[in-house]
Design a protein around this ligand. Structure first.
Ligand code: NAP
Length: 484
């Protein structure tokens, strides 16, 4: 079954930071793939903008190299790339000065949808918003896309929101969290709200606990400068993991529309109880063999920044009281593996006796690698010799059920950029959500700073500090194995 591609209306998309890493690795390749798929038409225009001096021809070469390096879609032919590049241009522009703004104004067409992607550090968001307004480039229908990190605490997020709100209505602001653009994350909502099977069980009465793991096998690499000012809590927990938590825990929205979905997510964040100090573990990876430790990859060799965090979250509402959410994320772990596991309670009584063992249904939503959903059910082990039970996955592989093309779905950036063009904010974070998330995370970080203790060291290639294992052991539970 090949999915139907609906072309979007003509648009002008400006990429501020068009020469940066994100533009090279994600934005330009994503646009190219949508062009190949026939979703971005030949009437769309993409304008790169940054301080580096170059002309449009040089920018097209820059984009060609980026796409050649980072796009792995072999089906898209070379002539498609030439066609796509014709739609690109470049303007040398300073977000903090006057250079380039008149040229930008002249480059924007009347009529097509206008979107401005702020692919620059958050320190420039206010400047860009200010100038888009002052030079009368953006209007009431224009959209702006902003990247993470959206602040480093509640106060800075509030300041960013305020800076943007001076010139843009909330309905024009698209705060990207690329985890929300993943196919399986949206499938999670389809599974929950499109079936009668799961929702009646989706509560503390039937769910023992939920685990969310986002594990990376790589270290900070060359991003040490940025990462050391941030850490796992700010870089991953406050945004990606909390967004996943919201989608798992929220009440059914009345409609699948931006206001309804985001209202329900916000209610989850507001219902989160403060985290007890003994329910948070923060770690930092050590070097192994030739691999340098975290402290050797950042400037401050005494840094206390965490490269790993695990915590137990509790949601104080009727649905979830008594069901903990164990959440962990970290770098240099055993494998690159992200998943959500909904672990259901044991059957209230086993008619098969102690020999049959303990069996549980687990619904696993794999985000990477191999996006997919799996439901573990208990069946009888085949063969004679009595009633021995075994857990097997009930297969929900997209490729098998829907045909091979179905596994070839757009990546998160492709989907999200097209959502911006379509004007659909459902999968973007609203300002109040981001602030509520910081309000929950800030006290945890403040408490670390107060005690002035070092994070716990863990070996590269491990599952994180042993204390993280104990976080679940003390509740009589265990983490699922981190495996590729
Ligand atoms: P980057 O590689 O440092 O690129 C920054 C871009 O901003 C460059 O194109 C730079 O070009 C431009 N720029 C800097 N100062 C400017 C100014 N005064 N006026 C106009 N343009 C200016 O950063 P990045 O990695 O692409 O990240 C961009 C944003 O995305 C950041 O907010 C980052 O946190 C976020 N993000 C990045 C990633 C990633 O994988 N890279 C992932 C998630 C989020 P010139 O120097 O030529 O001006």
């Amino acid at each position: 079954m090949v999915s139907r591609v609906i072309p979007v209306d003509p648009f002008d998309l400006v990429i501020f930071g068009g020469t940066g890493d994100l533009a090279r690795r994600k934005i330009l390749p994503a646009l190219f793939r949508r062009f190949c798929a026939g979703q971005m038409g030949t009437d769309a225009r993409v304008v790169g903008a940054a301080r580096t001096e170059m002309d449009s021809a040089a920018y097209r070469e820059f984009a060609r190299e980026a796409i050649t390096e980072f796009d792995d879609n072999e089906e898209c032919a070379a002539e498609s790339l030439d066609g796509f590049l014709e739609q690109l241009s470049y303007i040398t522009l300073d977000a903090r000065g006057d250079t380039g703004w008149q040229a930008m104004k002249a480059a924007m067409r009347d009529g097509p949808i206008q979107a401005f992607y702020f692919s620059v550090g958050p320190g420039l968001f206010g400047d860009l918003a200010e100038r888009l307004h002052a030079y009368e480039i953006a209007g009431p229908d224009s959209r702006i896309v902003v990247e993470k990190p959206f602040g480093r605490d509640l106060a800075s997020a509030q300041a960013l929101n305020k800076g943007l709100a001076k010139h843009f209505d909330e309905s024009q602001i698209y705060r990207i969290d690329h985890y929300l653009g993943k196919e399986t994350v949206q499938n999670l909502m389809a599974i929950r709200f499109g079936n009668t099977l799961f929702e009646p069980l989706w509560n503390a009465q039937y769910v023992d606990h939920i685990q969310i793991t986002v594990a990376e096998s790589v270290g900070v690499g060359t991003r040490g400068g940025y990462y050391d000012k941030s850490g796992a809590m700010r870089d991953m927990m406050q945004n990606h993991l909390m967004q996943l938590l919201c989608l798992i825990a929220m009440e059914p929205p009345a409609k699948f529309d931006p206001a309804a979905v985001r209202d329900e997510k916000l209610k989850v964040i507001r219902a989160l109880e403060p985290v007890d100090a003994e329910d948070v573990v923060r770690g930092q990876y050590e070097g192994t063999g030739e691999l340098p430790g975290y402290r050797n990859q950042v400037e401050n060799r005494d840094t206390r920044t965490e490269s790993f965090v695990a915590l137990k979250a509790r949601i104080g509402n009727w649905r979830w009281a008594g069901t903990p959410f164990y959440i962990r994320t970290g770098k240099r772990l055993r494998a690159r593996a992200s998943e959500i596991a909904v672990v259901f309670k044991d059957a209230p009584h086993s008619i098969f006796g102690a020999d049959a063992g303990r069996h549980r249904n687990i619904l696993t939503i794999r985000l990477q690698p191999n996006e997919g959903i799996e439901l573990g059910v208990t069946i009888k082990e085949p063969g004679p010799g009595g009633m021995r039970l075994v857990d097997v996955p009930l297969d929900m592989s997209f490729a098998e059920a829907l045909g091979p093309d179905s596994a070839d779905f757009p990546d998160a950036y492709e989907r999200l950029i097209m959502d911006v063009v379509r004007g659909d904010q459902t999968l973007f974070m609203r300002g109040d959500e981001v602030e509520a998330a910081w309000a929950w995370v800030d006290p945890i970080i403040d408490a670390w700073q107060e005690v002035e203790s070092d994070p716990i060291l863990y070996a590269s290639g491990s599952s994180g500090p042993d204390d993280a294992l104990r976080l679940m052991h003390k509740d009589g539970r265990r983490w699922r194995e981190i495996k590729p």
